[in-house]
Write a protein that binds this ligand. Structure first.
Ligand code: CAA
Length: 261
């Protein structure tokens, strides 16, 4: 495994890969080299036969305090436009077919909040500090925040958050449906996230990938098309061995031994 400067990579449980953002001096501000490393690590996990689900986390103090303001400050329009600045951040939403759980403690601001919103499942601590403060810097969210946060909390609340730059807590994130669960401490959060990842990793890889694919389609497609897409994928799973294995095991009151085929 290659070594990284801004992240740490491990496999803490069977079937589970973990990426820990590790740029403590800048509260995990997401500079371009960090994003390059994150994409490389996720690509490696995507290809790994031993990893079936992934946890993305930061420190107890900060998941990530946003895009790197010092890197962005001098950027010209032409440079941002021609390099398609920030576009590469979304690689994890397109290239990663395995489930990604974001485990958020501390600050998740700007691009940090947006990165967390890209995950398939978001867990956080009660005191996590989410927000889109870009307006205070004379700019707007640039990594999908205006779209994903709005889908998560509705227009009025998203508009208020993005126009005022006010933060919201982990507790609020859970109440509003941004987070699936909240935990009282960073340790409890990590235990919860790893446990969920391990549970997912124990299922058929074919069914897990299909489940992620169809849920994500709900964010893009009108309901009728989404339901039809789901049904087509559901039908296609009758062509998998694991559907036969899973249903036979149920009938025989046994534990399914997945073939992942
Ligand atoms: N970019 C670059 N450096 C950052 C940073 C960021 N987003 N956030 C924090 N840092 C750096 C600070 O500059 C500081 O570095 P120095 O020690 O060299 O001065 C170090 O991290 C520690 O930060 P603070 O001293 O500010 O720590 P604090 O505990 O007092 O405050 C904080 C924490 C409230 C998160 C504060 O750091 C802060 O407001 N950070 C910026 C948050 C922000 O505006 N994020 C949005 C960025 S824009 C964006 O993300 C665009 C997009 O949509 C893609």
């Amino acid at each position: 495994r290659r070594s990284y400067e801004y992240i740490e990579v491990s496999e803490p449980r069977p079937g589970v890969g973990q990426v820990t953002l590790n740029r403590p001096k800048a509260l995990n501000a997401l500079c371009t080299p960090l994003i390059v490393e994150l994409n490389a690590a996720l690509r490696e996990f995507q290809q790994s036969p031993t990893v079936a689900a992934i946890v993305l986390t930061g420190s107890a103090k900060a998941f990530a305090a946003g895009a790197d303001i010092k890197e962005m400050a001098p950027l010209a329009f032409s440079e941002a436009y021609t390099t398609s600045f920030i576009e590469s951040w979304s690689e994890l939403t397109t290239a990663l077919k395995k489930p990604l759980i974001a485990a958020v403690s501390g600050h998740a601001l700007g691009g940090g909040c947006e990165l967390a919103l890209m995950a398939d499942v978001l867990y956080c601590t009660t005191t996590a500090n989410f927000g889109q403060p870009e307006i205070k810097l004379g700019t707007i969210p640039g990594a999908g925040g205006s779209q994903r946060l709005t889908r998560a909390v509705g227009k009025s609340k998203a508009m208020e958050l993005i126009l005022t730059g006010k933060s919201f807590s982990g507790e609020e994130a859970e109440r509003w449906g941004v987070a699936a669960r909240v935990f009282p401490s960073h340790e409890a959060l990590m235990e919860g996230a790893l446990k969920t990842a391990e549970t997912i990793a124990g299922y058929s890889k074919v069914a897990v990938q299909a489940a992620k694919e169809v849920v994500n389609k709900s964010q893009d497609l009108p309901l009728r098309d989404g339901v039809e897409f789901e049904r087509r994928v559901f039908h296609s799973l009758f062509g998998s061995q694991d559907q036969k294995i899973g249903m036979k095991a149920f009938a025989e009151k046994k534990k399914a031994e997945w073939s992942h085929q």
